[in-house]
Design a protein around this ligand. Structure first.
Ligand code: ADP
Length: 437
């Protein structure tokens, strides 16, 4: 049996978001962490029924690495997916198009497009359920243009231009065009016509206008058979229907909650407005410790301070460790240590904190921040995520499993929710923890 969808995600929360969309559309989906080894089997040896999934999402951490490294990893993931005969490939990036002029959305898209010999490729970060819409090629976050949203202050990928044609053009070799609102709104046939025209004109990428989920469903139908699709998780919304219509996909199975005992903790490394509010709300009623990357701090010193705090919190009381800080504080740290160094320091500290928390018996973790989630998941040796029910749009609970690190014997098995910084309601952390039995 071949894989219906193979996806490559540029960060871990994005991967989970996409896997969540695929699961809700009825595809049995496995999320793998990192480029699978050549001998990684398609079927999880621990899976109950031994059948292959309909979709695999390979979670990479390549959003902010140098473009050549992102391209190399994405290509490796692609070759594993094509070896398993994946019918459609999705290149998944953030719904706020997180990137810089150097990449990595464009360079990876160019490489995958060339490897797959794809024609005009759709580039669609829209995710209406979380307020990301596209009109006349401009990306909105809620009521504001991307460039006027909190994303203008992102520590690693500040987004200061909302014109996606302009942003993507700076990152790719080919020309970028649009599929306008009237075509998208008219349905799949009009979208296919628009794509044919763009292809004739030699355009490499097409940015569709998308205001609501119906538009994503139209796009999904129009993209039946497309070898490469790029975008946010919303782009996958309509794909399952094509396979179902062709009799290749069964009825959806509702995802189950991970059944894991142990204490709970929240780790927040995102500095987005949404996460900072979630931190403030949760800290009002729970034990909370701030990780402050001062100029002389090391990852070990920051983690040790955090873990000596957590040791004193009763094991059945949920707690919060956060580095989330306002733009002025982040700018001060970055000017002292450099942007990448400051980010890497905080990520390394929070990764050690996560290891320590699991060592202290906390097995229900909520992590806020894409890069942060990548660092934590890697440090915990997680290899596969099984998607559970959704907490807020784009964020499911997962059962995370993998080999244990740090000399521990055995197998890591934790309940893990990976939240993109921007996602979730103000009470997200409590809501997430309250869902677990
Ligand atoms: P998001 O999902 O909001 O993009 P990420 O975790 O992907 O969140 O990115 C946030 C980045 O900011 C990480 O590299 C993180 O280490 C860094 N960071 C977090 N807190 C601070 C801080 N107080 N000062 C400087 N950088 C920070």
């Amino acid at each position: 049996m071949s894989l219906l969808v193979g996806a490559i995600a540029d960060d871990f929360t994005g991967a989970t978001d996409l896997a969540n969309t695929l699961v809700r559309s009825g595809m049995r989906t496995t999320q793998l962490i990192g480029v699978p080894d050549a001998d990684t089997p398609l079927v999880d040896p621990a899976s109950r029924d031994g059948s292959a999934p309909d979709a695999i999402v390979v979670a990479l951490k390549i959003r902010t690495v140098p473009a050549y490294m992102a391209v190399a990893e994405a290509r490796e993931a692609l070759s594993w997916l094509t070896r398993h005969a994946a019918r459609q490939i999705i290149w998944k990036y953030c719904s706020t198009f997180d990137s810089t002029d150097a990449g990595n959305i464009g360079p990876v898209a160019d490489a995958l497009r060339s490897d797959l010999g794809a024609d005009v490729v759709v580039a669609c970060p829209a995710f209406p359920a979380t307020g990301r819409t596209i009109y006349r090629g401009h990306l909105f976050v809620g009521d504001r243009l991307l460039s006027e949203s909190g994303m203008r202050n992102h520590p690693l990928t500040p987004m200061r231009d909302a014109d996606l044609m302009r942003v993507l053009s700076r990152q790719v070799a080919g020309e970028v065009g649009r599929i306008d609102f009237s075509s998208v709104n008219s349905g799949a046939a009009a979208i296919r016509d628009a794509l044919t025209e763009l292809s004739r004109a030699g355009i490499a990428y097409a940015i569709p206008d998308v205001l609501e989920d119906t538009h994503l469903m139209h796009l999904g139908r129009a993209l039946a058979g497309a070898r490469l699709i790029t975008g946010g998780s919303g782009i996958a919304l309509g794909l399952a229907e094509n396979f179902r219509a062709a009799g290749e996909l069964g009825a959806p199975v509702p995802p189950a909650l991970p059944d894991v005992d142990g204490g709970a903790a929240v780790i927040a490394g995102s500095c987005s407005e949404a996460t900072r509010e979630q931190v403030a709300v949760f800290a009002r009623e729970h034990a909370a410790h701030q990780v402050e990357p001062t100029s002389d701090a090391t990852a070990s010193s920051l983690a040790e301070a955090a873990l000596s705090f957590t040791r004193d919190v009763p094991s059945d009381a949920p707690l919060l460790i956060y580095s989330s800080a306002a733009p002025a504080a982040v700018a001060a740290v970055q000017s002292a240590r450099g942007r990448d160094d400051a980010g890497a320091l905080v990520e390394a500290a929070l990764a050690k904190v996560a290891q320590g928390l699991v060592g202290q018996g906390r097995r229900r973790l909520v992590v806020a921040g894409g890069e942060t989630s990548g660092a934590v998941t890697t440090a915990l040796g997680i290899e596969r995520l099984t998607i559970g029910p959704e907490i807020d749009p784009g964020v499911p609970w997962t059962l995370a499993e993998g080999r244990a690190r740090n000399g521990d014997a055995g197998h890591t098995r934790i309940a893990l929710a990976l939240k993109s910084g921007n996602f979730g309601a103000p009470d997200f952390f409590s809501k997430a923890l309250a869902m677990l039995p």
